[in-house]
Design a protein around this ligand. Structure first.
Ligand code: NAD
Ligand code: ZN
Length: 373
């Protein structure tokens, strides 16, 4: 087992190790010996890792005196105030108080909502993250951003609220589909481009599947080598940035690399293109736009494109520059008549630049010229 720590307005540990779900009870109970716990999970994850016959529950029930479970329908469509209200009502009906603890067992949707419910129930109770998607593991489970979507846009309501502990068991990734793998890998590649080029190098040299075939990683991404070490590196990148700028006054915006255009792609596709895929495309477009404007020398867009193609991403955004610019400008990250662009200077180093909103369409068009000539 490896332990990382993050120190911001709150300090907490991130534990990473195969089989940790089986030991969750022993690990968690000393933190909250007399607490009731409520595992919050979605309908898919409940079938895979929830329920009384699974190691997590067995271990929790041995160590903790009362374990409840709240299940909501899987998917981003559930990330709403209505689901939060259901969770809060459930906690109240079961007499949860300030001493009790929530456990987020699932992907980013579960983590964001459980954290938000924990932030507002009785003005704040503790929660623990057990991420089960690669995306949640390397990105959403740390950093303290919690929340829900509103009809007007994604993540528009929320709170900064940190977990007590994050428990990562990479064994759960065995059930991820290739597309869910790619969603997480996109955030890992993002972390590499922002601050740790060795993540990119390590992913670039992987060409074989476990069976020794040299197929690209389109059908199964399960045999990614050095996965735990890659997860640790990606978490270290995020932790360092969050520690330096918890409330996103400046440097934390680097974590939005690929996201300004990525969010626009998600929105234009009516969320048919998933977050990670959209971010992957957005990162190539941002790198290519920056190269065309002379902000950086050539090579970063090629590196990202080649890496993503190797891992089986479809890089066609399917929308033109006016549509994407229009969607990007309705994003909450717009600041008046300028928008912050994150672009790579070189692998492992990204910078922020304010672009006048009138120039955004051209910037995206430059990226599209490169990606879809
Ligand atoms: N808080 C943050 O800092 C932050 C950062 C990035 C993303 N996010 C949020 O995270 C969400 C996306 O995360 P996500 O992709 O994990 O979404 P998700 O939670 O909806 O999970 C995606 C799908 O994977 C399924 N799943 C989960 N674990 C599985 C497993 N082990 N095996 C098989 N299937 C599994 C889920 O049931 C779901 O259908 C978005 O809402 C996004 O806004 C938050
Ligand atoms: Zn993201």
């Amino acid at each position: 087992m490896q332990t990382l720590s993050i120190h911001c307005s709150k300090s907490y540990n991130i534990l990473i190790g195969q089989g940790l779900l089986d030991q969750a009870g022993e690990i968690i109970s000393p933190l909250c010996p007399d607490s009731k716990m409520c595992v919050i999970t979605d309908s898919n994850v409940k079938d895979l890792y929830g329920g009384d016959n699974n190691p997590l529950y067995r271990s929790l029930k041995q160590a903790v005196h009362k374990v409840f479970e709240y299940v909501f329908p899987a998917g981003e469509a559930s990330k709403t105030m209505t689901t939060i209200e259901g969770i809060l009502d459930f906690l109240a009906a079961h007499h949860f108080d300030r001493n009790d603890v929530l456990i987020a067992l699932g992907g980013g949707v579960t983590g964001d909502m459980t954290g938000f419910a924990a932030a507002i129930y009785m003005r704040g109770i503790r929660f623990i993250q057990i991420p089960t998607t690669l995306l949640a593991c390397v990105d959403s489970s740390i950093g303290g951003k919690t929340g829900v979507d509103l009809p007007a846009g994604k993540n528009l309501a929320g709170a900064f609220w940190h977990p007590e502990l994050v428990v990562i068991d990479p064994a759960v990734f065995a059930t991820l589909t290739p597309d869910l793998w790619r969603d997480g890998l996109a955030e890992m590649i993002k972390a590499g481009m922002i601050a740790d080029a060795s993540i990119l190098q390590d992913l670039a040299v992987q060409t074989e599947t476990v069976a020794g075939q040299t197929e690209p990683f389109a059908d199964s991404l399960d045999p990614i080598r050095n996965l735990t070490s890659l997860i640790v590196k990606a978490l270290q990148v995020k932790a360092a940035i969050v520690e330096a700028d918890e409330r996103e006054a400046g440097q934390r915006q680097l974590l939005n690399f690929g996201h300004t255009i990525g969010h626009a792609i998600e929105e234009c596709s009516n969320f048919a293109i998933s977050h990670g895929h959209a971010v992957a495309i957005g990162s190539v477009l941002a790198a290519a736009g920056a190269e065309r404007l002379g902000w950086s020398s050539a090579g970063n867009a090629d590196l990202l494109r080649d890496l993503l193609l190797k891992y089986g991403y479809d890089l066609d955004p399917g929308f033109d520059a006016p549509a994407l610019a229009n969607a990007a400008l309705s994003d909450k990250k717009r600041r008046g008549d300028q928008i912050t662009i994150v672009y790579p200077v070189r692998p492992g180093n990204c910078k922020l630049k304010l672009l006048p909103i009138d120039d955004l369409q051209q910037f995206i068009a430059f990226g599209l010229d490169y990606l879809m000539p």
